[in-house]
Design a binder for this molecule. Sequence first.
Ligand SMILES: [Zn+2]
Ligand SMILES: [Zn+2]
Length: 339
Amino acid sequence: MKAIKFEKPWDVACVGMEKPVPGPGQALIKVKTAGICGSDIGAFRGTNGLVSYPRVIGHELAGVIESVPEDNPKGLKVGDHVIVDPYLYCGHCYPCSIGRTNCCTDLHVLGVHVDGGMAEYFCHPADMLVKMPENMDWILAAMAEPLTISLHGVHRGGLKAGEYCAIYGAGPIGLLAGLVAEAYGAHAILIDIVQERLDFAKELGIEYIVNSGREDPVSVVSEITGGNMAQLVMECTGANACIRGSLDLVSNAGRITFTGWPKKETSLPTDVFTRKEIDIRGARTSAGEFEEAIELITSGRVDVRKILTKTISLEEAPETIIDIEKNPGSYMKVVVEMP
Ligand SMILES: [Zn+2]
Ligand SMILES: [Zn+2]
């Protein structure tokens, strides 16, 4: 079979591999769609410190079950359409014991710590597959995983209807977070420095956009919120200036979630935590959020198709990854479609 492999940073190819054989408890999946993620571009550049090489990428996956153990816990059957939950956890550490499996102390993420599924076939624990509706579009199914990341940030931030939610970063995760916020009845304020991304977000129904290269987000957010500032600030860039800036945008008694991965440490004035009495929470991957993502997509409450830039074949993936690395502003979501 064919698979997309990073031999080392800056070295991507569509390679021939043995079709995988499922181990105990695993299902064999014929992959139908696989999304390309910003984190894959980080892995290509060698700037994602968690990735080891060589590595088959791909963690945004949907496909058809070709074989599955008969006694699998979810009662999945051959022919079922499934989405892959790509965060493998140990099940017995402290965070796992309280259901916070996404921050397992021995977390293995597909395409990062272990080989992913941007390939014709893939084996995965049957209990880590989420059944999707038979009539759900394969391309949209590959976008459920990035939606769970945004959803997790929104859940960690406890966003409620009527609140203001300021979001740093108009890439796929920030934009989807904004669409979730709107679907929850909150008011999204999306902040970025790329005007094209902001204009696009506005077209998709994001209520407020702020170009922080041209105007001061603090005064704009203050004006929008009548001086209260945002009850929730979501940081989806990992840029040190945005992490620092979240403290200025959050309301007193507000919440901040950090989803972006900074490359360097950020210095923060901790007196602001106390003075405003804010809750600062990390938000990493997702846990138990695939069902809601599928519901939001299939009901049309979050129209993920709007962020699809294009679909490509598996063979086109290497050249596309190279081009996304060069021109990241020209792409939102690209999905590999298999016959
Ligand atoms: Zn991803
Ligand atoms: Zn664990």
